[in-house]
Design a protein around this ligand. Structure first.
Ligand SMILES: Nc1nc2c(c(=O)[nH]1)N[C@H]1C(S)=C(S)[C@@H](COP(=O)(O)O)O[C@H]1N2
Ligand SMILES: [Mo]
Length: 213
């Protein structure tokens, strides 16, 4: 059953890849900067005032909830999973955007294959080592540019930017990507995260200025 959903998602990507070859890409590059955003070359740091220091030996990523295989990944195990690279733009709700961020790490789909969510799982809730949390639709997590990144521009993700590992969901405002990620839970009902509870939009689409609920 969860396989069917996974296949559907893959079909969707294939259609998207095909479309993006001509028209969709051209439109996207013309309108690359979302409304109300300013381009920055720098990489500002946004956090809750805590940048937890997690030694690789103490790091685990747990995956649970409505899954067939509850999983706890050590740093070693996580890094032995297939690695991907993806370049994407980064849009923070505080109005800065950064182009061409090169991330590498493990694709969300790889984790999906590993834990095999049940068909009822439709929502994903991320929890971090600094107490942060955020939520994303499972369908959006399965997009081909979503990954758990351990490196940025060819170097390990720094502590201030959310190392050892952070989630990147390029199509949504950046608060939807959990830095210092610790746990990923699959749910059949939506559960609002740290900023979503505090008035930020749950859908968070930069291109429609979907900033606040
Ligand atoms: N764990 C955690 N993840 C987080 C945050 C946070 O405070 N804690 N801030 C979010 C916000 S609002 C943004 S814009 C980005 C900022 O990432 P950066 O500090 O690498 O620019 O991380 C997101 N993920
Ligand atoms: Mo942000």
């Amino acid at each position: 059953m969860s396989k069917e959903r996974y296949i559907q998602a893959k079909e969707k990507w294939a259609a998207k890849q095909k479309a993006s070859g001509v028209t969709a890409r051209a439109v996207a590059s013309e309108n690359r900067l979302p409304p109300g955003q300013k381009l920055t070359e720098k990489f500002p740091v946004l956090d809750l005032g805590v940048q937890p220091e997690i030694a690789h030996a103490d790091w685990t990523l747990t995956l649970d909830g409505l899954v067939t295989n509850n999983t706890a990944l050590t740093w070693e195990k996580f890094n032995s999973l297939p690695q991907v690279e993806d370049t994407s733009d980064f849009h923070c709700v505080t109005t800065w955007s950064k182009y061409d961020c090169l991330w590498s790490g493990v694709a969300f789909t790889t984790l999906y294959e590993l834990v095999q969510p049940n068909p009822e799982a439709k929502y994903v809730y991320f929890t971090s080592y600094d107490g942060y949390s955020t939520n994303v639709l499972l369908e959006q997590c399965l997009d081909d540019d979503v990954l758990i990144a351990t490196s940025f521009d060819g170097k390990p993700v720094t502590r201030e930017h959310g190392g050892p590992a952070r989630v990147i969901v390029p199509k949504l405002y950046a608060w939807k990507g959990a830095k210092f990620v610790k746990n990923i839970t699959f749910l059949d009902q939506d559960k609002l995260g740290f900023w979503e509870i505090r008035g930020y939009s749950n859908t968070a689409d930069p291109f429609t200025e979907d900033r606040y609920a």
